[in-house]
Design a protein around this ligand. Structure first.
Ligand code: PMP
Length: 400
C-alpha cells in the first residue's frame, strides 16, 4: 500500500467527542419517531394489555396496531405475528416448536447465526436429524445444490432454516426460490430476516415463506422485542417454548410489554414507508467508503455477494493485518466489529467465516463496517481515512 498523501486525507479523529458508530448490523439505535411513539407507554398510559378493563383494552389496541405494522412489513397476516424477546427467541421457537414427532429433520448452512445453529445442535442430541447445506464462495445457498441435499434419509417432512441476510458477510439469499425448493419436498422454510427487514424486499405471502423472524433493535426499534411470523395455518403445529397464561395463541405466554411493542410497530411502519430511501442511502455510504480505500490502493477483498448484499454492510478481508489489531487502533475513532458482535470476545475465529472456507488466519483478518440511516457521507470518508491510517501504522511498526 502506498504511503498516505499528506493532503486530502483527514487525520485520525482525535478531536471528535466520540467514535463514529459503524456497527449498525449489531444494533441500530431507536429512530426518533420510535422513541416518540414509546414515551406515552413508558409513562401514564401503561397497563396490562391482557386485562379486561378500559386501560387494558387501550394497551391491547396499541399492541394490535403494532402487530399489524409488523405484519405489513413482512407481507403477512397479523394473526401469525408472535411477539418474542428478540430474534434469538424467535429462531429457537421456530426450530424447537416445530421439530419433534411429525417433523424430524432440519437443513441449515454453517454460516447461519448461532441462534439457529445452537437450537439445531441441541435438537440433534434429542434425535432430530440435521443436515448442513453447502454455500458457494459468496455464501449463497444454491437452489440445485439444496434440492440435491433435501432428500432426507427417511424423507420425513422437515424444516429448512435460512438467514435472509447474513450478519457476518452480508450475502442475501434468494429465499423465494429456496422456498419453492423446500416445498417441492414437503418441507417448511423458516427465514431469519433480522438483518434485512425494511432494507430489502421480502414478503411472506408472495415469496411463500412459512416462517420469518425479526429483531426490533436491528431495525431502529427498541431492544428486547422481536417477532416470529408463522403462516396462521401452521399455528396449531407450533408447540410453546414458554408456557404460562396462554397469551398469543398459547405459543408464547407472558405479558406483552406495550412500550416495546409500540416502538417495534413504529419502527416497522417507518421501515415500510422509507425502505427504498434508506436502502439507497446505505448503499451510497458503503460505496463512498470503498471508493476511498480503492483510491488509496488498499489491498482487500469484500466478502459475500457484491450485488445482493445487506445495504451498508461491508465485510472486508484485509490480508496481512490482524483484525483485532486494526480494531484496537480504530477504537478511539470508529466502532466496528470483527465478524459477528455476538462472537466477539471469543478466541476462536468466526464459525461463519470458517464455513465460508476461510482458514483460521484469514478469518482473523476480517473487519465488518456497517453503516446506518444516520451515517453521513463525510463520516464514510473519515472512517475510511482512519482505517487506512491504522493499517499504515501497523505496517510501519512491522518494518525493521
Ligand atoms: N439472527 C441474526 C441474523 C442476527 O444478526 C442476530 C443478532 N446478531 C440475531 C438473530 C439475534 O437477534 P436478537 O439480538 O434479537 O436476539
Amino acid at each position: 500500500m502506498p504511503d498516505l498523501p499528506e493532503v486530502g486525507v483527514p487525520a485520525m479523529r482525535s478531536d471528535a467527542a466520540e467514535p463514529l458508530y459503524l456497527d449498525y448490523a449489531a444494533s441500530a439505535p431507536p429512530a426518533d419517531e420510535v422513541v416518540e411513539a414509546m414515551l406515552p407507554w413508558l409513562r401514564g398510559q401503561h397497563a396490562n394489555p391482557h386485562a379486561e378493563h378500559w386501560h387494558g383494552a387501550r394497551a391491547w389496541r396499541a399492541i394490535e396496531d403494532a402487530r399489524e405494522s409488523v405484519a405489513m412489513l413482512l407481507g403477512g397476516d397479523p394473526e401469525g405475528v408472535i411477539f418474542t424477546s428478540g430474534a434469538t427467541e424467535a429462531n429457537n421457537l421456530a426450530l424447537k416448536g416445530l421439530l419433534g414427532s411429525s417433523r424430524s429433520h432440519i437443513w441449515l448452512s454453517g454460516i447461519e447465526h448461532k441462534s439457529l445453529l445452537e437450537p439445531a445442535r441441541s435438537l440433534a442430541e434429542h434425535g432430530v436429524g440435521v443436515t448442513m447445506l453447502g454455500v458457494d464462495v459468496l455464501g449463497r445457498i444454491e437452489a440445485s445444490a439444496m434440492r440435491a441435499q433435501l432428500l432426507s434419509p427417511n424423507s420425513a417432512p422437515g424444516l429448512v432454516a435460512i438467514g435472509h441476510g447474513n450478519n457476518e458477510i452480508g450475502t442475501i439469499q434468494d429465499v423465494a426460490t429456496l422456498a419453492k425448493v423446500a416445498h417441492e419436498h414437503g418441507h417448511l422454510l423458516h427465514v431469519d430476516a433480522s438483518q434485512t427487514a425494511g432494507h430489502w424486499p421480502l414478503s411472506a405471502s408472495s415469496d411463500e415463506l412459512d416462517l420469518v423472524c425479526l429483531s426490533s433493535h436491528k431495525m431502529y426499534g427498541p431492544a428486547g422485542i422481536g417477532a416470529l411470523y408463522i403462516d396462521p395455518i401452521l399455528l396449531p403445529q407450533l408447540r410453546p417454548m414458554i408456557q404460562g397464561g396462554g397469551q398469543q395463541h398459547g405459543v408464547r405466554s407472558g405479558t406483552i410489554p406495550p412500550f416495546l411493542a409500540v416502538g417495534f410497530g413504529a419502527a416497522a411502519a417507518l421501515a415500510e414507508r422509507a425502505a427504498l430511501k434508506h436502502r439507497q442511502h446505505l448503499q451510497a455510504m458503503a460505496a463512498a467508503f470503498l471508493a476511498q480505500l480503492d483510491a488509496q490502493g488498499l489491498v482487500y477483498s469484500l466478502l459475500g455477494d457484491p450485488v445482493n448484499r445487506i445495504p451498508g454492510h461491508l465485510s472486508l478481508h484485509i490480508p496481512g493485518v490482524a483484525a483485532d489489531e486494526v480494531l484496537a487502533r480504530l477504537l478511539p475513532h470508529v466502532s466496528a466489529s470483527t465478524g459477528a458482535a455476538c462472537a466477539s470476545g471469543e478466541l476462536r475465529a468466526s464459525h461463519a467465516l470458517r464455513a465460508l472456507g476461510l482458514d483460521e488466519s484469514q478469518a482473523r483478518q476480517v473487519i465488518r463496517f456497517s453503516f446506518g440511516r444516520s451515517s453521513r457521507l463525510q463520516e464514510a470518508g473519515e472512517a475510511a481515512a482512519c482505517l487506512l491510517e491504522a493499517i499504515q501504522r501497523i505496517h510501519a511498526l512491522e518494518r525493521p
